[in-house]
Write a protein that binds this ligand. Sequence first.
Ligand code: DGJ
Length: 721
Amino acid sequence: MKRILSILTAVSLGMGMLSAQNDIAKEVFDIKAGDLKLSLMVGSDNRLYQLHFGDADKKVNIPEKMPSRELEFLPPYGNGVITEPAIQATHTDGNTSTELHYVKRSTEKLSDDVQQTVISLQDPAYKFYVDIYVKCYEDAGMMEIWNTIRHDEKGGKVVLYRYASASPILKAPSYWLTQFNGRYKREATLEEERLGEGVKIIDSKLGIRAHQYRIPSFLVSYNHEAHENDGEVFAASLKWPGSFQMAFDMDWNKNLRVLTGINPLGAQYYLERGGTFTTPAILWTYSKNGKGETSRQFHRWAKDYVIRDPHKDRPVLLNNWEATHCDFDDNRLVSLFDGANRVGAELFLLDDGWFGNGEYSRDDDKHGLGDWEVSTKKLPRGLSYLTKEADKRKVGFGIWLEPEMVSPKSNLYNSHPEWIITQQKREPILGRHQEILDLTRPEVQDYEWNIIKNTLSPHPGISYVKWDCNRFVTQPGSTYLPQHEQSHLLIDYNNALYRLMDRFAKGYPDVMAMLCAGGSGRIDFGSMQYFHSFWPSDNTDPLGRIKIQWGFGHFFPASTMSAHVTRMGKRHLKLAIDVALSGAFGIDLALDKATQEERDQIADGVKLYKETIRPLVMEGELYRLVSPYENPLAAMSYVSRDKDSAVVYLYQTEDGQVPAVKLNGLDPEKQYTLTEVSLAKGMQPRIPTQVKSGKELMESGLGNPLSTQFDSAVLQLSAVK
Ligand code: DGJ
């Protein structure tokens, strides 16, 4: 992307500027990203006030009198602000209050589509500075906001207690919050509630693999629950893999301030003179046409600016975890390569269990993490033998890594017990029988990089990595960090983690990668810039997956959601295939033990996916049609951008009938041939092949004959030329 280095100020451009019409406003200006507008005012008291955040078409009036302090855009603690503060610092002289005054701003055009504004604030009494960054992606309607905090105060360190990434104020008669919470095997479960006065907090305190119980993404809708195709909806997501806090503070005037950022719990930061603290960015988008549009905006933005190789087909892969766990040898793996080749899979992904030797052989989850030498017992001919055998069968080869962890039963732990995250005078608490390596420590940073390097560099046949992370923090302490900076651990860890991921992505640009954390315990757009897909859940029972993938789809595009056919739940194989067909398709079952009929059915699914459905999973736009959270049916579709083709998925999650499904996103003028695909051998289509106009399909809908739990149908739509 060509970076246009013209630095422009809004004043000189005359753009987005309202002239100050009275003596309370020194300056008023707008920042806009698609349909989302932020209007700010510099008051005659030099403070920065928010006038509006939301609909870009709304005319914003300059207030007649000075706004109250509750409307400061980035409220600092202690000198008159009485609501939740965004910034809280204790200065070197012990003063616990901060005052932030506007100094200047500049706008830089980073490309035709992207513009970045930096607003500089300073405490008039201290050399304490906050710069607010607002990066606007016009096409996707995405606003990315973060802050940097610096100081030049004499006499030591400033202590930062709060450092929100942003804290815009929403204004409506009433607000509904949608969060995506859950737990292991129930990730991203959608839950919606009406907000009342006071502070509602949704957060994570897990530090690392921090999103197990809640992802750092949410929706706020105005006046009613979030609808798919109408109503004002905001969608937001924090780029941070660690603990987060989202505070929804509704004041006595029904203003809703939304403070988002790193969870400040136990994480005060001692900022040295001249140092800079950078908050993670929060992404905001907005639509007047419901949450369907905010999801598509997130997907468009993610594909244009975040996800690695967004247009490169995600390979159909065969993963061995569900089939073998740690119990395999190279003959078994080679027989699985044969199976992969026969069903048309493009890559074999070797999961956990391939490393560790002697008493620390990784034969279960209690041993060997940290000892990344190939198991001589299971794989005596090494990884090169496997990559070559896979290649002979025209199957790529991928491998599982969990670089951040160590088993107490390992050589690594015996040599470096001080490398783990733990606290003095406390009994170490294990999680999945393992400890976390302290990534703030430079030797650990080198060690983890070497795990990646020593696995990939000698084996150029490895073209895929699954990066796992199977526990969270329970005792946040470091033997590396100084005594008074123990509270930096989780911030420094996660910044070091991003650096490691960045080094991996840059060092191995041709190696594709799946982000995993015991399911999706780590899922944020900061991490996703280093990955091609993520593993939404260890729950691969299609019935569970329908709701989990539905939740994630509110933010993450289908091409990033790994979805594998397994026998979990022992559902109909057709349902398992049909659910996997809606994501980055893969298989995780013992193909060598499956019946010929099952193998044939899977091979048909793979063929259908590669020939017809994958282009729509990769590039199509998501339209959610019938929610499984409210109905016995889940229905959704991906429509090509030219509206010439689409795929529709119908999954019956319970018994009951939804007689017609109204499609969406089609061209009303076009005629579409509609064909039921993904039919098991001998199965007659339940929905007859037919030609209908986009208008009819969207207005009257498609007759849905399904009514029995576990039934499913996949329909292909092609515009008649
Ligand atoms: C958790 C992951 O979610 C699984 O897919 C598998 O890779 C295991 N870890 C391996 O330990």
